[in-house]
Ligand binder design. Structure first.
Ligand code: AMP
Length: 214
């Protein structure tokens, strides 16, 4: 099964993608994580993306479509993938349709995670992740079980994203409403959309998504 998780920054797409990945044989494809890796590695794409990401804007369609086009061909994607943070614009959605068709694949479902805007700034400002395995946490909503130790891999180093600050969050939200929210209508019209209540507890959101996926 191939699915998209759709929702504003802080909706819980990454958290839920990690859980789906664990529960089903599917792989999480986060364009944000891939771009951050490119920035850290200092590649040409990373150099182009760095300032845009820091400002909370969107990286060019061409770059992210290229990344996804290549990534989907890798063997671990053959059992199904969870797109997290892609597509983010209508041209990206149209390009995804085309590239899936060319590869003989299809999109099964688009899960929209609905949340109140007021909750997003708090959710984003408290986020941190394991520096070794990337597992995501939150200061109050999802702390590590043992303070300072990653639940998943036991590492003790953590990091916070450069763009997870109150100022940049507003630009990211603007980009979401301007460029990404129209995808809700796009996938509704294609009969792919299912919405879940992202304000519920993490476990409950996972249960809703599980029901939606069948
Ligand atoms: P995320 O980790 O999904 O919050 O993405 C972090 C940042 O990476 C975004 O604010 C954008 O600058 C960039 N980015 C990630 N995915 C995309 C995409 N599909 N299209 C354009 N920019 C993206």
């Amino acid at each position: 099964m191939n699915i998209i998780l759709l929702g504003p920054p802080g909706a819980g797409k990454g958290t839920q993608a990690e859980l789906i990945e664990k529960n089903r044989k599917m792989v999480q494809l986060s364009t944000g994580a891939m771009l951050r890796a490119a920035v850290a590695a200092g590649t040409e794409i990373g150099k182009q993306a760095d300032a845009i990401m820091k400002s909370g804007g969107l990286v060019s369609d061409e770059i992210v479509i290229g990344i996804i086009n290549d990534r989907i061909d890798e063997p671990d994607c053959q059992n199904g993938f969870i797109l997290d943070g892609f597509p983010r614009t209508l041209p990206q959605a149209a390009a995804l349709d085309d590239l899936l068709k060319k590869k003989g694949k299809s999109l099964d479902k688009v899960i929209e995670i609905k949340v109140n805007d007021e909750a997003l700034v708090d959710r984003i400002s408290g986020r941190f992740s394991c520096a070794k395995c990337g597992a995501g946490y939150h200061d109050t909503h999802k702390p590590t079980q043992k303070p300072g130790v990653c639940d998943k891999c036991g590492a003790t180093e953590f990091s916070r994203r450069a763009d997870d600050n109150a100022e940049t969050v507003k630009s990211r939200l603007m980009a979401y409403y301007r460029e990404t929210a129209p995808l809700i209508g796009y996938y509704f019209a294609k009969d792919k959309l299912q919405s879940v209540d992202g304000m519920a507890q993490i476990d409950d959101v996972t249960r809703q998504i599980s029901e939606a996926l069948g």
